[in-house]
Design a protein around this ligand. Structure first.
Ligand code: URA
Length: 188
């Protein structure tokens, strides 16, 4: 069911995957980055959060969600009462698009084997899609705050991207409502 590329990446495990991401020149984004950004958190988490792409801070440090949006994501993780080891954070793209523009369909497609492999290796029981780019990359169609069980039996939930909430504070209450609604999935 997986493409040969994903099957090969999965077989090599995390170190091989990391090497392949660092070497990747499959699109032009690698030309303008300082660092590729791979993941943070556990290698076998219960919950995986999928964001969009590295921003300026992430590009400088190589760590996902380490800037302003990351502070808010930390708040969600606290609110969810997830312990260390129970979560991981990854992005749809591993390279920062110039000026933080939205990833193109083509870039999402080119980078997808890395995302798929990360999920295959981490084997989460819950995936939280942070916004529309993650939704597109994952290939599920969901409303805000909606959940589904995918073909692998993984629970998929789509919530607002934290960066979007920085500009729309009014939707924060809605976001915490979603986290309350699905709390039973990770706090059982
Ligand atoms: N926004 C994202 O989608 N990912 C990051 O790593 C940082 C900001």
């Amino acid at each position: 069911k997986n493409s040969p590329v994903v099957t090969d990446l999965v077989k090599g495990g995390f170190p091989y995957l990391e090497q392949k991401i660092l070497e990747c020149k499959n699109c032009a984004l690698h030309e303008t980055v300082t660092n590729k950004v791979i993941s943070k958190g556990s290698e076998n988490p219960k919950v995986v959060f999928i964001g969009e792409a590295p921003g300026k801070n992430e590009d400088e440090t190589g760590i996902p969600f380490c800037g302003r949006a990351g502070k808010l994501l930390d708040k969600f993780i606290d609110y969810m009462e997830l312990k260390d080891g129970e979560w991981a954070v990854i992005n749809t793209l591993k390279c920062r698009p110039p000026a933080n523009r939205t990833p193109t369909k083509k870039e999402i497609e080119i980078c997808r084997p890395f995302l798929t492999t990360q999920i295959e290796l981490m084997k989460p029981t819950i995936i939280i899609l942070l916004g529309n780019t993650a939704e597109k990359a994952y290939g599920e169609t969901l409303e805000w705050g909606e959940s589904k069980i995918d073909e692998n039996g993984t629970h998929i939930v789509k919530i607002f991207h934290p960066a979007a909430l920085i500009y729309q504070r009014s939707r924060e209450a809605e976001q915490y409502g979603y986290l309350d609604k699905y709390r039973y999935l990770w706090n059982e």
